[in-house]
Ligand binder design. Structure first.
Ligand code: UDP
Ligand code: MG
Length: 319
């Protein structure tokens, strides 16, 4: 039977930790009772350098439930994406399948069972997707949806309305561990892994307690990181703009020459306006061109795996 690890990144979550622990332990015992996972499955709390009592609470929970509750303490606050990665890579060595979920229980723990079913049906990654966002404020909803659309426009493949509530098989996490980049945007990376995937749908709830650890500033940073880590399109846009300006400079030239010959312009204006338009376009193209090379260096430097072989059919015995 498969050993499940539920990975929970926590930053200043003292108000919700015990509630989360209880709810998730219940999910585990249900699944163990139904014989869907092995009885040594566990919950792994990752303390992301919390300033409050989060780590003490994790220690207490581990003491009370040594078989169910595990913990990882990071030396400082590194942010949600890194904390989650630390948890996944720790769990990778001691589990067959992982589910990542936020500590605040905004994601529906009841669909974890459905995720496991889909895993047993042969999926390596199962994405939790929000049906609607009634519980989010109008502001959070529109900004978040605008963000998903912008990502798609910039050519970044993501699963619409999926955050980081996700099941991953051991081999999916192992492949993910080969992505060595430092600018992490997990939502964009997972679709690159390949394998068979599926989605489960749920309604996102309100936080059980405490406040969001993702203020607007962090959200914008995540959005910008998502685009700049996955797409060099903004650079191509600059080159395109350069070409556009050069074409526009032809129109400006016609306009300036007509004005010149019809006679009422200040001396020097024609040559000045022509150089401004034309040189502006040339400069943008030049910057864009340099950018294209930097973009390539950027992609090379990331050193991502170029493919993921799922299966080989040959006359060699399988390992
Ligand atoms: N989190 C973290 N490190 C941080 C910020 C947040 O590990 O620096 C965790 C947090 O404890 C929670 C999850 O990331 O489990 C999502 O954060 P939150 O619920 O505050 O975000 P929101 O749902 O408001 O977008
Ligand atoms: Mg939340």
């Amino acid at each position: 039977m498969d050993r499940l690890a539920i990975v929970v990144p926590c930053y200043n979550e003292e108000e919700v930790l015990k509630i989360a622990s209880e709810a998730l332990r219940k999910v585990l015992s249900d699944l163990i009772g139904k014989k869907k996972i092995s009885d040594d499955s566990y919950i792994l709390f990752v303390n992301d350098g919390s300033k409050d009592r989060t780590w003490e609470l994790i220690e207490e929970e581990h003491a009370a439930y040594p078989k169910e509750i595990f913990g990882v303490k990071l030396a400082g606050n590194v942010g949600h994406q890194f904390a989650l990665t630390a948890g996944l890579l720790t769990a990778m060595k001691m589990s067959d399948v992982t589910v990542s979920i936020d500590a605040d229980l905004q994601d529906d723990v009841d669909v974890i069972e459905e995720m496991i079913d889909k895993f047993h049906a042969g999926n390596d990654i199962v994405y939790g997707v929000r049906k609607e966002r009634k519980s989010d404020t109008f502001f959070k909803r529109t900004t978040a949806q605008g963000f998903y659309k912008l990502m798609a426009l910039m050519g970044v493949k993501t699963v619409y309305n999926h955050a980081d509530f996700r099941l991953m098989s051991r081999r999916a996490v192992e492949q993910f561990s080969k992505y060595e980049e430092t600018n992490l945007f997990l939502r964009g990376m997972m679709p690159l892994i390949g394998y068979q995937t599926d989605c489960v749908y749920y309604d996102r709830k309100e936080r059980v307690a405490g406040e969001s650890k993702y203020p607007l500033k962090k959200m914008l940073a995540l959005a910008f990181n998502g685009i700049s880590s996955f797409s060099v399109k903004p650079i191509s846009l600059i080159t395109g703009l350069g070409f556009f300006i050069i074409c526009a400079s032809v129109l400006a030239a016609i306009y300036a020459l007509v004005s010149y010959f019809t006679g009422h312009v200040t001396p020097g204006w024609t040559s000045l306006i022509l150089s401004i338009w034309f040189l502006g376009g040339v400069q943008l193209i030049a910057i864009g061109l340099v950018g294209q090379y930097i973009g390539k260096i950027y992609v090379e430097v990331k050193h991502r795996p170029r493919y993921n072989i799922e299966k080989v059919l040959s006359d060699e015995p399988e390992e």
